[in-house]
Write a protein that binds this ligand. Structure first.
Ligand SMILES: NC(=O)c1ccc[n+]([C@@H]2O[C@H](COP(=O)([O-])OP(=O)(O)OC[C@H]3O[C@@H](n4cnc5c(N)ncnc54)[C@H](O)[C@@H]3O)[C@@H](O)[C@H]2O)c1
Length: 332
């Protein structure tokens, strides 16, 4: 099936930040979309406009995914499934590693069992965190990965997502499941919240409200930020390409910026007079918190298959994020 043929698709975690943008895009393509989300970090307001504009083509179910799959019935069929439901965000992960590990592994295992019996093409959202503390920049999909010790709960998110990848690839190999895995690097844009530890919305929120911008560590660590609106159109295209099935792809921007420069860019873009303050990691997260100096994707693999060039400049993303009124309620 090509991405332009009308489909009935399922988006798990579809009321979250990335999921809701994907829902908008799939509706724009003319598809019928079901969303299953337990609203643990997602918000129904992310789908408000889509639900009002497409009452016949968008259905929202509030449920834990694995529980919903048990009751969904064997007859329920989809042309494609996008699995984004997960426990996400450094703060959430450090604060509650048990639910992070259980959510990420249990939900992915459940959706893989479902597609195994239905043969549905499946997209799985993974993360650049799976590269762990590797310093072999840029990160290539076949690079080695290095995690910190299990006593540091921060790595539980990376490990749980790596297990998801192993599970997915094993299903693809053993059962021929047509699936694609993408490792998202820092993805940003409207609707993202800072309260789970996401840096850009936290900075924008602080700058808008005139509060001090808190930079963790020395601020010289760098990241690559990609606008969510550059990411979501690629997902149906990857899933539609048979040559992509059973493979992992980096997805993000390869232009990096230090966190200090990001803080200054947010202030300059929004005309904010907020102060910028450095906070040690152990104060921000937990004693012994480990961070990476740099994280840059090698995009050659995805570019062998698709013409992927992010087009939203970071300044525009910052402006659009600031336009979203509810960022003022984001108590980050
Ligand atoms: N935002 C990023 O920069 C980034 C980077 C790398 C990977 N990712 C991955 O992208 C995906 C989406 O992330 P996001 O940034 O939109 O986060 P998000 O928290 O906004 O979205 C996750 C969604 O999953 C839902 N959810 C969680 N557990 C569930 C369950 N048991 N059943 C049903 N729904 C459940 C949440 O309510 C939320 O709506 C995740 O898989 C995440 O690991 C995101």
């Amino acid at each position: 099936m090509t991405p332009s043929e009308s489909q009935h698709v399922l988006v798990t975690g579809g009321s979250g930040f990335i999921g809701s943008h994907l829902v908008d895009h799939l509706l724009d393509l003319g598809h019928r979309v079901d969303v299953v989300d337990d609203l643990s970090t997602g918000r129904l307001s992310n789908l408000e406009t889509a639900l009002a504009d497409h009452p016949q083509r968008l259905r929202f179910v509030r449920s834990d995914l694995s529980e919903w799959l048990v009751g969904a019935g064997a007859d329920l069929r989809f042309d494609a499934i996008y699995h984004l439901a997960a426990a996400v965000g450094v703060k959430l992960v450090v604060d509650d590693p048990i639910s992070t590990i259980e959510t990420n592994i249990v939900q992915t295992s459940a959706i893989l069992d479902y597609v195994r019996s239905h043969g549905t093409p499946l997209f799985i959202a993974s993360t650049s965190e799976v590269y762990g503390k590797s310093d072999s920049i840029p990160f290539h999909e076949e690079s080695d990965i290095t995690f910190g010790p299990t006593s540091r709960s921060r790595w539980s998110y990376a490990c749980s997502k790596a297990i998801d990848e192993y599970l997915g690839l094993a299903h693809a190999k053993r059962y021929g499941t047509p699936l694609v895995i993408a490792r998202f690097f820092n993805t940003v844009g409207p609707r993202q919240l800072g309260k789970y530890g996401m840096v850009l919305p936290s900075f924008v929120h602080a700058a808008l409200s005139g509060r001090t911008i808190q930079v963790y560590g020395d601020g010289e660590q760098s990241r690559c930020f990609c606008d969510v609106r550059d990411i979501v159109p690629i997902l149906p295209r990857l899933l539609a390409e048979e040559q992509c099935h059973g493979r992992v792809f980096n997805l993000g921007n390869d232009q990096s910026i230090t966190i200090n420069d990001l803080a200054r860019l947010v202030c300059d873009t929004l005309g904010s007079k907020s102060e910028i303050e450095k906070i040690p990691y152990e104060e921000a997260y937990a004693p012994g918190f480990e961070d990476l100096v740099a994280r840059v994707p090698d995009l050659s693999r995805v570019r062998e298959v698709l013409d992927f060039v992010p087009s939203h400049p970071l300044v525009q993303t910052i402006q659009d994020l600031a336009q979203v009124a509810d960022i003022r309620d984001d108590h980050s």
